[in-house]
Design a protein around this ligand. Structure first.
Ligand code: SF4
Length: 334
């Protein structure tokens, strides 16, 4: 017989469903340890998540394993969704991290904000939910308070540690019931369910796909962060990122000022950064690309191990496309 206690780990994403799951189980007298599994592709601000939990007297725990996560993106056992989102493998990965934390913290089960039938891949049926928990080594030990009553009993319910009648049977894509429940539970500050995961974005997925075989870049935190910024090019094997607006120019100059870069000389315009010191041909092509986006500039300046002026013509649109890494930018086409 499994021994359960009243401490559980909650997978917390900052979205409404996971917040509801936490509040429901906490209100039933359990000690809930919210865990945020950090990945480079999930746009959530940890500070905000902490702020959300603070009024409930809950502390946020985090786990991060970028290398492990990249491995599942490269080779997901259960395949991808529409883009580079390996949702089933990703959920298994998150649950494995929750299990690790469960063992470390002395908790005895895990809760999630899963809603049966809400997401097309990872929540489409009970069979999928069961597959996910089985591969995470948590069979029967994952409680989904929002859908529990329309799912078979978990071990915790069977052992009488939690009363099934106090849980819910929400299913499907509409969020009306969750919003109603949030109101009943007095929850006001929660994030919109949309967005969050960059792997579901086609443009981002194309950029990441282009980078998946470049192990040195995948190990580089800056390279991963920069996937979210600018126009991306590959020149003779060198990754080159060019700002699209003033805000990105400022970001590239200030946050990534350590990288070799091409700036406009004595004129406002774009800036382009290389992830590593480029050879001369790459500098010349890079300068032509920056000039293509900087109409007011006469000459470019390269700032790397050496510093020198590069006088080039702007690259033609046709030439530019040859260097594009991961396809066109949606915003750029507009
Ligand atoms: S949408 Fe992204 S974060 Fe969510 S399960 Fe899929 S891959 Fe993971």
């Amino acid at each position: 017989m499994e021994k359960f206690n009243k401490r559980c780990v909650a997978l917390y994403s900052g979205g409404l469903d996971s917040l509801l799951a936490i509040v429901i189980v906490k209100n039933l007298g359990f000690e809930v340890l919210p865990l945020f599994v950090k990945t480079p592709f999930y746009n959530k601000n940890e500070k905000e998540l902490k702020k959300q939990l603070y009024p409930m007297g809950l502390k946020l725990f985090t786990k991060e394993d970028t290398e492990g996560y990249l491995e599942i993106i490269k080779n997901p056992r259960f395949g991808y969704g529409k883009n580079l989102n390996p949702c089933i493998d990703c959920k298994i990965f998150f649950l494995k991290k929750a299990k690790e934390f469960m063992d470390e913290s002395g908790a005895s089960f895990v809760i999630t904000g899963d809603v049966l039938g809400q997401r097309p891949m990872s929540q489409r049926s009970y069979t999928v939910l069961r597959t996910i928990e089985k591969h995470a080594g948590l069979e029967g030990k994952v409680l989904r308070p929002l859908s529990a009553r329309c799912l078979p009993e978990t071990l915790m319910e069977r052992e009488g540690i939690i009363n099934r009648e106090k849980l819910f049977c929400i299913q499907g894509r509409t969020r009306a019931k969750q919003l109603e429940l949030a109101k009943q539970l007095g929850l006001e500050s929660f994030e919109s369910p949309a967005g969050g995961c960059l792997l579901t974005d086609i443009q981002f997925s194309n950029r990441l796909k282009e980078m998946l075989t470049k192990n040195d870049e995948l190990k580089n935190r800056e390279a991963l962060e920069l996937l979210k910024v600018g126009r991306h090019f590959r020149i003779d094997g060198y990754k080159f990122i060019v700002s699209r607006n003033e805000k990105e120019t400022k970001l590239l100059l200030e946050k990534y000022g350590n990288l070799p870069r091409i700036e406009c000389l004595n004129a406002p315009g774009a800036v382009g950064v290389f992830l590593r010191e480029p050879h001369m041909n790459a500098v010349i092509v890079g300068a032509s690309i920056v000039k293509r986006y900087s109409k007011k500039a006469n000459a470019m300046i390269f700032k790397g191990e050496r510093e020198f002026i590069v006088d080039v013509k702007p690259l033609s649109d046709e030439e530019l496309e040859k260097y594009r890494a991961g396809g066109n930018s949606v915003r750029e086409k507009a």
